[in-house]
Design a protein around this ligand. Sequence first.
Ligand code: EPZ
Length: 430
Amino acid sequence: MPDYKLVIEGGRELRGETFVSGGKNTSLAVVPATLLAEGPCLIENLPDIEDIRVLMQILRHLGAGVTWQAQQNQMQVDPCQVSGDTVPFRLSQRMRASYYLMGALLGRYGYARVGYPGGCNLGSRPIDQHLKGFRALGASIREEAGMIVLEGKLKGANINFDMVTVGGTINVMLAACRAEGDSVLTNCAREPHIVDTANFLNRIGAHIRGAGTDTIRIRGVNKLRGASYTVIPDQIETGTLMIAAAATRGQVTLRGCIPTHMEALTAKLLEMGVLVTSQDDIINVQLRQGHRAIRLSTQEYPGFPTDLQQPMSALLTRAVGTSEVIENIFDARFKHLDEMRKMGAKSVINGKIAYIEGVPELHGAPVYAPDLRGGAALVIAGLMANGITEIYRADTIARGYEHLESKLNALGALIRREKISNGNGNADGF
Ligand code: EPZ
């Protein structure tokens, strides 16, 4: 991982057009799902991000034949060559979505040994609902030297999730589609990437109905074939770019997106006084003057996404009035606000509520990216600020956004990567 910081010369409007990349969180589910097939799969529109490269290493470690063409955003996976059943901790801890290897390997081979997942530190992120689902399908689960070992011939079951979980819904769906008999999953998450993963699985021969509602019905099949599939555009990248456009009081057209996935964000932007229009796969965002403070509460889809709470709160630092932001999904997703205070932003955090008092201007400062979306929020703050903002630990942003700096620079931003001289990824004092 290169040690670099992002250096942003703020105060420039974003103007022009850009394309939205393929969905990170959908890709991170669809690629592991290829292991369930018994023939090669070609997955297109994958974002060229660090998490995809880590996933590729995991698949190769398992023996799968993998060809990744970053320029074409496509990956060919031949699962027929898989010879391993273990995802070591050194790989699993590099990303959250490594948990999908549990569902995929268990569904396909009836056995998996997978290290605990990593990912952004957003507070406690248990996977008990994933394991509950696998157990209900008949898997025995034990821990061996810090590895989760899952084993068993799976049979369809009725599973009610104790809470709405994106990862849990997808993981149990992966395992259940090759179980013997029918499964009914209730209290499911309804995010667009759940529908996309189900669409991919159905394309390779699974029988899944109801994805996108809170009840998913799965008829297990004993064989899945290879196929090609194009993943949907990234809902969170779309939202991040929409917010960045408004934050710089610019005018940006986003192409290749799905406006219906953006309704919760669009409603909030309109409430703030941002002009948002859409047609087919195009969204236009424009802000001419100041914007108003709002009240915002994160919810599961179709509510306001937690992943956009951080970029949105960057925009709120300069709203007229005091905004109230309630984070209902994760218990430690306000660390970016501590960093923004160094840039002149005003906020008070009380448990899961942040009160953000808008200020007339932000100033550049050295800050560090606490996590992926928190890093994106700091990029937006840096675009708004007067002077130079330096974002340390910026590699965390490249885990989930495809070429974010070049996309923003093409719209008029001035962002560059600079190598960090002390070589340990941290600036003095961080
Ligand atoms: C997925 O994380 C995404 N990650 C996250 O994306 C996203 O923030 C999150 O869903 C919510 O939309 C990937 O898709 C790889 P959850 P996940 O299971 O699956 C609790 C990003 O920036 N829970 O829906 O970990 C959990 O603690 C990120 O792209 C349990 O208690 O989220 C949380 O409070 C970060 N037990 C809530 O449920 C479980 O077994 C929702 O978590 C599972 C979850």
